[in-house]
Design a protein around this ligand. Structure first.
Ligand SMILES: *Cc1c(COP(=O)(O)O)cnc(C)c1O
Length: 395
């Protein structure tokens, strides 16, 4: 059959470029010490930045949620699937991020991917101009495709280029969209400057804080707290499957924006509401993030980040300038990044090699992701192993 033959040929081409991906199957919960494909490994590749994904209190809260609300929601939010658990979570999330938004209201989604599709498609219609940062996450890029607005991409961190585009735009609705913490580089967007531009030119600023929520800011409220921002122009998207340890996402903004999304965002309307038990568990997750335990975990994570940066001594490879839990070691060629990842794996260390199209060509890398669940000894082990892997790679 020709259709299958075509696909097989394309798969072989990917394999030839060292771009074929494979999934590894974990038998243990998300944690630093895991068993994957039958092997015990020390993992540095999850986004479980606070180590909450297998926290006993969250496991208990999920059990309690299932007992109270059952398992499935049975319907979309606008038909019959909107549970008290969802409503309570939305209230809690709105209150949590309210220092940064005017008249904050929050809307819960099953995934961040869908939240991004929903925000951009609902806000950036045919009459809008949409300005998108070049290193934005794939879900935002797909959101710009679903939106009917005219899309213009500005270079990474280039606020001057953005200002020129905003100045030239005569669209009634302008939307600027950016990751706060770039997921493959770990650096931060210049949010204060971006927000100043948006206020000056009357544009929404959509901030995807997937890697900041729970981690950044003294209380874990994320990038807006980190930069001490507050504005009615802000539309905030936080995910709940990374630092929050469970799953799902939320959009928080002025109540009018959220009401518009409830009425008009197709990725919100035409899908079954998430399991209420997850929403119930997330209430405990927000308690953990905002409480004493969250503060202690964030402080520990900061220590581990500083420790890793001090312990890596690279010659040819390059540690990207990042102060977040995402610490990329840029290697360059796909094959060399794969070899490095394989050599770490032989030593029982799981660090993923990230290749194009996730990152630009010739910037294949090891993405070391740290978690508050790691110990100083764990970080020492991975740093020494990367130092050795680089030395061996030269030889
Ligand atoms: C993970 C991620 C998403 C998607 O969130 P999910 O809840 O995993 O669907 C969106 N944006 C960024 C920057 C991410 O890293």
């Amino acid at each position: 059959m020709q259709l299958l033959a075509d696909l097989e040929q394309q798969l072989q081409a990917l394999d030839g470029q060292k771009l074929l991906r494979r999934r590894r199957t974990a038998d243990t919960p998300c944690a630093p010490h895991v068993t994957v494909d039958g092997r015990k490994l020390l993992a540095f590749c999850s986004n479980d930045y606070l180590g909450l994904a297998s926290h006993p209190r969250l496991i208990e809260a999920l059990r309690e949620g299932a007992t109270r609300y059952g398992v499935g929601s049975g319907g979309s939010h606008l038909i019959s699937g909107h549970s008290r658990a969802h409503a309570l979570l939305e209230e809690r999330l709105a209150e949590f991020v309210s220092p940064h938004l005017e008249q904050a209201r929050a809307l819960y989604f099953c995934t961040g991917y869908m939240a991004n599709l929903a925000v951009l498609s609902a806000l950036a219609g045919r009459d809008a101009d949409l300005f998108s940062e070049s290193l934005n996450h794939a879900s935002l890029i797909d959101g710009t495709r679903l939106a009917r607005a005219k899309v213009q991409v500005y270079a990474h961190g280039d606020t001057e280029a953005l200002e020129r585009l905003l100045k030239a735009s005569s669209a009634k609705t302008k939307v600027v969209v950016t990751d706060s913490v770039f997921s493959m580089d770990g650096d931060l967007a210049p949010l204060p400057r971006l927000l100043a531009l948006c206020e000056q030119y009357g544009a929404w600023l959509v901030v995807d804080d997937a890697h900041g929520f729970g981690v950044l800011g003294a209380q874990g409220r994320g990038a807006l707290e980190h930069f001490n921002l507050r504005s009615p122009y802000l539309i905030y998207m936080g995910t709940l499957g990374k630092a929050a340890g469970v799953g799902g996402a939320f959009v928080a903004a002025h109540a009018t924006v959220i009401e518009w999304m409830v009425q008009r965002a197709r990725p919100y309307i035409y899908t079954t509401a998430g399991a209420p038990a997850l929403a119930h568990a997330l209430l405990t997750s927000i308690d953990l993030i905002s409480g004493h335990e969250g503060a202690i975990r964030r402080a520990h994570l900061q220590q581990l980040i500083a420790q890793l940066k001090a312990a890596l001594h690279l010659q040819r490879w390059q540690l990207f300038a990042s102060d977040t839990a995402i610490q990329p070691v840029i290697i360059g060629q796909n094959a060399e990044a794969l070899r490095a990842s394989a050599s770490l794996l032989e030593q029982g260390l799981w660090v993923t090699a990230i290749r194009p199209p996730t990152v630009p060509a010739d910037t294949a890398r090891l993405r070391v992701a740290l978690s508050a669940a790691h110990t100083a000894a764990d970080v020492d082990r991975v740093a020494q192993a990367i130092n050795v892997a680089e030395a061996e790679s030269v030889a």
